[in-house]
Design a protein around this ligand. Structure first.
Ligand code: ADP
Ligand code: MG
Length: 267
């Protein structure tokens, strides 16, 4: 097809940060939408019990009978749990509140850290990109994501404690690389909710760039009211208002992500 990647092997990315409210779900939704808009076939897997990525596409709670909980528990195939979104080329495996109990249940199951990996293996040939929206913790669900993916994208909110907790996330990724997933890496760090009129935002952005250097994407996602309005309309901001500053930023982020993927593939 027109995909930039060999359709026989999707690139698989987790959007992770154990802090809540930093823009993981927003980034997952809009990165996926931007990739789909340029012809990539994309699957989102929502593994946050809050199910915000599913809600963000207008997939109602009643319409999630087959979901990621069932997939991880081995009750449902991932094929059966794939829902179409209102965007062509973009599918989603929804999550439900059941997933909050999954951690304890997973511990009892064989291949408890590889449940998502095994499921993803069944559909990786069908997509160019698979994006996993992680919960706000470093639990067994997030570990399943880190085992299943090639790389992690880390959204960081431009606020005072932005870097707090980041070293723990980096250590976790390092540990997974040394044990369960030797290829794992951080693809990049994306600064979110940036407010250029706020000195603190500017300072935090500079500190993060000093600390992480090239790992930080050039694209910065601005704080933008259209981004926060879009989910209540069940639409990505890229569909809700494709011209707003937030949408334009996510389009630029998508092209940076693709460029880095090509670079990695060539390496
Ligand atoms: P997470 O998934 O990390 O918990 P979300 O993506 O759900 O974070 O974002 C948290 C809240 O902030 C949501 O209400 C979302 O709409 C809002 N938000 C995210 N990014 C932006 C932004 N760039 N500008 C304004 N609001 C944003
Ligand atoms: Mg979220």
């Amino acid at each position: 097809g027109a995909g930039l990647h060999n359709p026989a092997s999707a690139r698989i990315l987790a959007i992770a940060n154990q802090k809540g409210g930093v823009g993981k779900t927003t980034t997952t939704i809009n990165l996926a939408t931007a990739l789909a808009a340029i012809g990539q076939k994309v699957l989102i897997i929502d593994i946050d019990p809050q199910g915000n990525a599913s809600t963000g596409f207008g997939i109602g709670r009643d319409d999630r009978e087959k979901n990621v909980y069932g997939v991880l528990m081995g009750e449902t195939t991932i094929h059966a749990a794939i829902h179409k979104t209102n965007i062509p080329q973009l599918d989603l495996v929804p999550s439900t509140a059941d997933l909050s109990g999954a951690e304890l249940e997973l511990i009892e199951l064989p291949r408890r850290s590889h449940r998502l990996y095994d499921a993803v293996s069944e559909v990786r040939a069908d997509y160019d990109y698979i994006l996993v929206d992680c919960p706000p913790s470093l639990n067994l669900l997030t570990l399943n994501a880190m085992v299943a993916v090639h790389a992690v994208i880390v959204p960081l909110q431009c606020e005072f404690f932005a870097l707090e907790g980041l070293s723990m996330l980096i250590k976790t990724i390092e540990r997974v690389r040394l044990t369960l997933n030797p290829g794992l890496e951080i693809q990049g760090v994306v600064l979110t909710m940036f407010d250029k009129r706020n000195n603190l935002s500017l300072q935090v952005a500079q500190d993060v760039r000093d600390f992480l250097g090239e790992k930080v994407y050039r694209t910065v996602i601005p704080r933008n009211v259209r981004i926060s309005e879009a989910p209540s309309h069940g639409k990505p901001v890229l569909i809700y208002d494709h011209r707003c500053a937030g949408s334009q930023a996510y389009i630029r982020l998508a092209s940076e992500v693709i460029r880095r993927e090509r670079h990695l593939n060539a390496a």
